[in-house]
Design a binder for this molecule. Structure first.
Ligand code: 4AD
Ligand code: MG
Length: 465
């Protein structure tokens, strides 16, 4: 009797208990795709990947024992097959086991112009075949890490009783006020009054305002959904469509917020190191040799903290010491450029760094004004190689102050009455943050381009597939 097995099951069983296994699994059946196939005329090896596990399963066929040797030998990279054979534990070898083939069925042929041949391809090229790249090792690793990370995030929040809220994807507000929304319309004339919603609607840039409403009922909530920004920034860290996690906690301040951020980042690191061992080892070998050591260090150390004002001082010192910034015109009130952020977390602290208390002019209308009347209770978490990973803040819970700030910014209250209402109907202080999911995937995998950590990336002038 042949028992159908997956690669994950085999590796789990055999790596788990080599000897117990030998006795009760002898004949197995698998299906998957040929990664490589080579033979020397008398013995051949197929590396089969069935998608369930990062590692391949080695299939052996021999002239002596296999009747249709030539049929096996003619299989090409990419062909889908069904294979039956006997399981052989190979102690001491590179592979912990192999399958000695006894029967083969070709399920689907792969055309000869299949672009994913054995040689290494550039990430640029692989982006052009985003529909095939999950079959390449790097992407097999990255996208399984991405999946595990989503689980880690849900677990982290659910374990602490946070309620998962689904914010709307179509909305009539621009939460961040940065004017980077994509309009949702069924018209070509821009006459939004006659449009589907009888007003201008757009894709969400942040679910925060909606999350705040739910935090005032459930105390601790989080959202985790697609987010859209028509940012013209054509960088390796910006996508027009990305996923964001936005927790919101009622009765919480900025300190509570930063504790949560730090806990979450560490939880995600530990989770991925534990649950994606093969993938992380591969990434550590092929993408970034310091990846695992760096993540382990971050997981075991306390995150550094400095105020925006201190950060400006550090940057001025760096300029005085001739650090070669492209922009060395450093002054209080400036928006930090990514080279400045990089310098601060990579050179000054060499690890994750919270920058807090930014000038109010640099941040969104909803942030709580500090007693100095100049800065707001905001925090950005910067990490080496990525830059900004998280942006968070305590919210202005005082109705009058919030209205005053909106007036200062010439913001229209229309459409945001409900948000102001939250302050009138028992609204307590609250704090939250936004984690860019793709940036977290980059941080955990060592990948350097956001286009390589989201299955089908959407960026400026690019909407393929
Ligand atoms: O700093 P941001 O704009 O903060 C907010 O949207 C707040 N409403 C969050 C909150 O307090 N609830 O965005 C949060 C994070 C950034 O730190 C970054 O990691 C990511 O979202 N992000 C992007 N990721 C990829 N592509 C883009 N275009 C991104 N814009 C922001
Ligand atoms: Mg931000």
């Amino acid at each position: 009797m042949f028992e159908f097995v997956t690669a994950r099951e085999l590796y789990d069983l055999i790596l788990g208990d080599l000897h117990a296994q030998k006795d009760h699994l002898e004949y197995v059946e698998m299906e998957g795709w040929v990664r490589t196939n080579r033979n020397n005329g008398s013995i051949g090896f197929i590396e089969l990947n069935d998608g369930t596990y990062f590692r391949n399963v080695q299939i052996v066929y021999t002239k002596e024992e296999t009747q249709n040797f030539d049929e096996y030998a003619s299989l090409n990279t990419g062909d889908a097959i069904n294979i039956m054979g006997s399981l052989k534990i190979t102690e001491g070898g590179k592979q912990p086991f192999e399958i000695v083939a006894s029967s083969l069925k070709l399920l689907a042929k792969c055309a000869e112009d299949y672009p994913l041949q054995k040689k290494r391809h550039s990430f640029e090229f692989l982006r052009e075949i985003a529909h095939l790249r999950p079959k390449a090792n790097t992407f097999a690793a990255v996208f399984r890490v991405r999946s595990a990370l989503a689980m880690a995030i849900h677990e982290f929040f659910q374990n602490q009783g946070f309620v998962y809220v689904h914010g709307p994807i179509i909305t009539s507000n621009d939460a961040e006020g940065a004017g980077e929304t994509f309009t949702v319309t069924t018209r070509t004339d821009g006459d939004y009054e006659k449009d589907f919603f009888a007003k201008k609607a757009s894709l969400t840039v942040s679910a925060q305002l909606h999350a705040e409403a739910y935090a005032q009922a459930f105390r601790d909530v989080y959202t985790f959904g697609p987010t859209f920004r028509a940012e013209k920034s054509n960088t390796v860290r910006h996508a027009a469509e990305f996923w964001m996690i936005e927790p919101e906690m009622a009765f919480a301040d900025l300190e509570d917020d930063m504790l949560l951020i730090e806990d979450m980042v560490k939880y995600c690191i530990d989770y991925v190191l534990e649950n994606c061992e093969e993938e992380m080892n591969f990434l550590n070998t092929m993408i970034d040799k310091e990846l695992i050591a760096r993540l382990q260090k971050v997981s075991g150390s306390e995150f550094a903290k400095m105020t925006y004002t201190e950060a400006i001082e550090k940057l001025k010192e760096a300029v005085a010491n001739k650090h070669p910034f492209e922009n060395s015109d450093i002054f209080w009130g400036m928006d930090l450029n990514s080279e400045h952020e990089k310098y601060l977390c990579e050179q000054v602290v060499n690890g994750p760094l919270f920058i807090i208390d930014y000038p109010k002019e640099l941040k969104s209308f909803y942030m709580k004004l500090n007693p100095d009347n100049k800065t707001v209770a905001a925090c950005d978490l910067l990490v080496p190689h990525i830059g900004e990973l998280v942006g968070g803040s305590q919210r202005e819970e005082n109705y009058d102050k919030l209205v005053a700030r909106m007036n200062e910014l010439h913001m229209n209250q229309k459409g945001l009455e409900w948000y102001l209402d939250l302050r009138r109907f028992g609204g307590v202080k609250s704090a939250g943050f936004g984690l860019g999911f793709e940036r977290m995937v980059m941080y955990l995998t060592g990948m350097q381009n956001i286009r390589d950590v989201i299955p089908f990336p959407r960026t400026v002038k690019n909407c393929l597939f």
